[in-house]
Design a protein around this ligand. Sequence first.
Ligand code: ATP
Ligand code: ZN
Length: 284
Amino acid sequence: MKLKVAIQKSGRLSEKSLELLKECGIKVSNGNRKLKTSAKNFPMEILFLRDDDIPQYVEQGVADIGILGENEVLEKDKNVDIIERLSFGNCRLSLAIPKDDVYNDVSYFQGKKVATSYPKILRKFFLEKNINADIEEIGGSVEIATSIGLADGIFDIVSTGSTLLMNGLKEIETVLTSEAVMISNKNLSSEKSEVLDKLLFRIKAFKNGTRNKYIVLNAPNDSLENICTLIPGMRTPTIMPLSNSGWSSVHSVIEEDDFWNVIDALKSYGAEGILVLPIEKMII
Ligand code: ATP
Ligand code: ZN
């Protein structure tokens, strides 16, 4: 029983989606850009689709799971579950207006016209804010809508903001932050759920690995207790005596985000020779 996974055929998420499967030890070859292919060493079939179509296909069970931007999932609003956040494809959906316009608050949009490819998300936002605006749905090149006189403002994906600047716009409200997510059909068979659990287990191990670092350091024995409190690791740190007495080598795992915060404290406890190494997979 193969788990059918839909990923973006070509676009910003394609490569990262394949990379994620590869990091999970799943071998996929798509040399000649087929519409679908089977994994070599995992019960999985991969379907290459436009991201816009993925929610519908997953809802209908044409695919069992899919990888795509959360923005697209929310816009399509299909009956699917978001089962994992994938920490890539980060972007935000924002409102932007001509850069010389004065903007105080969202009431700016009262009675105005806004062009977007995400009408559903925008409609919901305006409804929550009690704004009555015209939403002009367009398929692409949203950023030129104001300069060609189609709309007063736009609502679109922003990552760095340079496209907005080039088109004489300024970002004034972030409505949604998004990343790639995995969605699932709501009625998977128990066999498919089992395969999916295996996949999710591997994804978590990979995600934990990228989020954490292996740390090795030398410490004077009298500060071991303090150091172990700072870097408790998965259970407790490993401590090995160094050949010169009074010193030990401490091995542990820390979250990368914490690293720069604990480093000064470690040094103040006399830690030396600190090495920080990447972790490929981490099973907790
Ligand atoms: P398709 O042909 O599959 O419909 P597309 O043109 O809709 O592709 P892409 O531009 O490849 O889509 O973007 C896919 C997703 O990548 C977006 O929906 C969003 O979640 C994410 N993304 C991340 N950063 C950006 C960015 N700077 N611009 C656009 N999308 C981004
Ligand atoms: Zn698309």
